[in-house]
Write a protein that binds this ligand. Structure first.
Ligand code: DX5
Ligand code: ZN
Length: 219
């Protein structure tokens, strides 16, 4: 079986001590670092942009998992490739030409991810699933860390897993929002491969230990 992955979300880090928190993740068992880019239009919040990502990239040793919560993400694909993104995830709801955008991401040698909001049915990905390296199921409404996990996510994981199998795709499933030690194992059992965890990791007493605990719950 594949190793399951914890991706700490830097959104919940201390931005005044960003290098410290990036290095903390470097020393941890997390394989990925999750980066939330918000434009204040697609979501009602603005996080940070390219200069901050550049600074993070300089210090991280992890797989850079970049989650774009922005309109017209196709405008920035080249730039995120240059900034060292390994996975570039765009929102289904932000794309008129999803298939074209996925190809553009892969052309730049990045993995291509598609995120779906809580209201978006997984069936809408059936026709593109073989082009998608990872589906990020939003288990909160995108825009903010620290929100409550939406329970309907479990059904979405199972439905998506079925589509992936029916289509013979190798797409991985990521869950983003409200992940804790209470739901991590159940999410993996339902079919998830990668769990993003922001507040639960960075607001804990010992984030490195919290990552290790989550990791042992899912592997
Ligand atoms: C929400 C972001 C998430 C967020 C998760 O819009 O996409 O990645 O950082 O934070 P927690 O784990 O606190 O829900
Ligand atoms: Zn995210």
């Amino acid at each position: 079986m594949d190793t399951k992955i914890i991706a700490p979300s830097i959104l919940a880090a201390d931005f005044a001590n960003l290098q410290r928190d990036v290095e903390l993740v470097n020393r941890s068992q997390a394989e990925w670092l999750h980066i939330d880019i918000m434009d204040g239009v697609f979501v009602p919040n603005i996080s940070f942009g390219m200069p901050v990502l550049k600074a993070i990239q300089k210090h991280t040793s992890k797989f850079l998992d970049v989650h774009l919560m922005i309109v017209e993400p196709e405008r920035y694909i080249d730039e995120f490739a240059k900034l060292g993104a390994n996975m570039l995830t765009i929102h289904y709801e932000a794309c008129t030409h999803l298939h074209r955008n996925l190809q553009a991401i892969k052309f730049k040698d990045m993995k291509a991810g598609v995120a779906i909001n809580p209201h978006t049915n997984v069936e809408l990905l059936r026709d593109t699933i073989t082009e998608i390296d990872m589906v990020c199921i939003m288990s909160v409404n995108p825009g903010f860390g620290g929100q409550h996990f939406i329970e309907n996510t479990y059904d979405k994981i199972r439905d998506l897993k079925k589509i992936i199998e029916e289509k013979g795709a190798s797409t991985r499933i990521q869950i983003d929002g409200g992940v804790t030690d209470k739901n991590a194992k159940d999410l993996i059992t339902a079919g998830a491969d990668i769990l993003v965890a922001g507040s639960f990791v960075f607001k804990s007493e010992n984030p490195t230990q919290t990552i290790a605990n989550l990791n042992s719950l899912i592997n």
